[in-house]
Design a protein around this ligand. Structure first.
Ligand code: SF4
Ligand code: FES
Length: 367
C-alpha cells in the first residue's frame, strides 16, 4: 500500500442475493447470483479476518436478505471478537424465532430494518409480499426489547413519498433511534423501474419541508437522516464518500468492488477474494485506482473548488446517464448534461399513474 493511501474504514458485505421480498427499488444488479455462487462459511470468515487486519472498523451485513445465511451468527461472532462494529441490514421477513437473540448474543451492535411503506398495503405492493408489514413490525419490537439500537430505513419514491409524516410517526412509535428517509438511488433494479418510481418536484419539495421541520422538532428524540434525491439536486453526493477512499463492498461470490453498482462500468475488471487478498485489491486493483483522488477528473470537475467535497459525484450515475464513468455526475449543475436529469423526471412524470405501477419485480434469473 502506498504511503498516502489510508486503510478502509467501512465494508458492505452482500452475503447473498436471495431475498423473500422483490422490491422494485433494489440496487442489487440485474444479474442476481444464485445460492451455489455464494462464498462458503470458511471463505467469508477468512475474508472478515483479513478485513479486520486491514483496518476495517465497521461492517454492514447485507444482501439480499442476510438472515438467509444460517452462518450469520458465526460471522457476527468472528467480527465481534475482532472488535469490528457490526450492522445487520435486514428486510425483517422470515427471521426465525430466537434468531435475533442469538445474533445479539453473538455480539451484533446494531440493526437496520427496511420498511417499504408506513402503511401495510404500500409495503406489500413494493416488495410483492403479502403480510410483510406485520412481520417487520414484530422484528422492530423485538429488536428494541433486546436492547439493540434500531434504525428504520425508508426508501422513498413516487409510491410512498406522501407517507413521510407517517414514517416519522411509525419510527417514533417503534422506539427507533434513527430514521433514514432515503430517496431511491437509481441503480440496478431501481434503474430498470426508474419511470415507475420517479416522484414529481412538488412532492419532493413538500418532503424536504416535512423532514427539516421534524429534524428540528425531534432533536434528541429521533435522529432523522435525509438522503436527497439526486435527480432533483444541484450538486451530487460524494458517492461512497469518494471512489475507494474509505469503504468498499463484497458481492455474494466474493467479488470486491468500490461500490454496489461498479459492475455496470464495462471497462473495469474486479477481482474476487481468493484470487487476490483484500489488502492487494484495496491498494493495487486497477478498478480501485481508476477513480481514486482527482487525477482522473475531466472538466468541469478538474478545476472545481468542490472536487474534494463530492469527488465528482457518482461514477455509476455518470456511466448510466452520460455513458462515461469519468464524466461529471449529471446531477451536478455544472455538468453539460445536467438538463438531462430534468428531462428524465419529465418523461417519468408524463406516465399516467395507472401505468406507473407497471413494476418489474426483482427476481433471480429474471433480469
Ligand atoms: Fe462536484 Fe464536479 Fe460538480 Fe464540481 S463540477 S461540484 S467537483 S461534480
Ligand atoms: Fe458506484 Fe456511486 S454507485 S460510484
Amino acid at each position: 500500500m502506498s504511503d498516502t493511501l489510508l486503510p478502509p474504514i467501512g465494508m458492505l458485505a452482500e452475503l447473498t442475493h436471495r431475498c423473500p421480498l422483490q422490491c422494485v427499488y433494489c440496487s442489487n444488479p440485474l444479474e442476481l447470483l444464485k445460492a451455489d455462487k455464494e462464498l462458503s462459511t470458511d471463505a467469508w470468515l477468512a475474508l472478515f479476518e483479513e478485513a479486520a487486519d486491514l483496518g476495517v472498523l465497521q461492517i454492514h451485513l447485507s444482501g439480499g436478505e442476510p438472515t438467509l445465511r444460517p452462518d450469520l451468527e458465526q460471522f457476527v461472532s468472528c467480527l465481534s471478537r475482532r472488535g469490528v462494529y457490526t450492522n445487520l441490514i435486514t428486510a425483517g421477513v422470515g427471521i426465525a424465532e430466537g434468531r435475533l437473540e442469538r445474533l445479539r448474543d453473538a455480539g451484533l451492535d446494531h440493526l437496520q430494518l427496511s420498511i417499504q411503506g408506513a402503511h401495510a398495503p404500500t409495503t406489500e405492493k413494493i416488495g410483492n409480499h403479502r403480510g410483510a408489514q406485520e412481520k417487520k413490525l414484530e422484528v422492530a419490537r423485538k429488536v428494541v426489547e433486546l436492547g439493540l439500537p434500531l434504525t428504520i430505513n425508508a426508501p422513498i419514491h413516487r409510491h410512498n413519498i406522501e407517507e413521510v409524516p407517517a414514517f416519522i410517526d411509525l419510527a417514533l412509535s417503534l422506539g427507533a433511534q434513527r430514521l433514514e428517509i432515503a430517496n431511491v438511488q437509481y441503480a440496478g433494479w431501481a434503474l430498470l423501474n426508474r419511470n415507475a418510481l420517479m416522484p414529481d418536484r412538488e412532492a419532493v419539495e413538500r418532503q424536504v419541508e416535512i423532514v427539516e421541520e421534524a429534524q428540528w422538532r425531534l432533536q434528541g428524540i429521533l435522529a432523522i437522516d435525509f438522503v436527497a434525491p439526486d435527480y432533483f439536486a444541484i450538486y451530487p453526493k460524494p458517492c461512497m464518500g469518494g471512489w475507494a477512499r474509505d469503504a468498499f463492498m463484497v458481492a455474494p461470490d466474493g467479488k470486491v468492488l468500490p461500490c454496489h453498482a461498479a459492475g455496470t462500468i464495462p471497462t473495469l475488471h474486479f477481482e474476487r477474494f481468493g484470487e487476490a487478498s483484500l489488502t492487494d485489491i484495496w491498494a493495487h486493483s486497477e478498478a480501485f485506482n481508476a477513480f481514486r483522488g482527482d487525477d482522473w477528473m475531466l472538466e468541469p470537475c478538474r478545476s472545481c473548488d468542490r472536487k474534494e467535497i463530492d469527488w465528482g459525484g457518482c461514477r455509476c450515475q455518470a456511466m448510466a446517464i452520460a455513458g462515461n464513468a469519468a464524466a461529471t455526475d449529471p446531477a451536478c449543475i455544472k455538468s453539460p448534461l445536467h438538463s438531462r436529469m430534468a428531462s428524465l423526471i419529465g418523461e417519468a412524470n408524463a406516465i399516467p399513474s395507472s401505468n406507473a405501477e407497471d413494476f418489474r419485480y426483482r427476481r433471480i434469473g429474471r433480469a
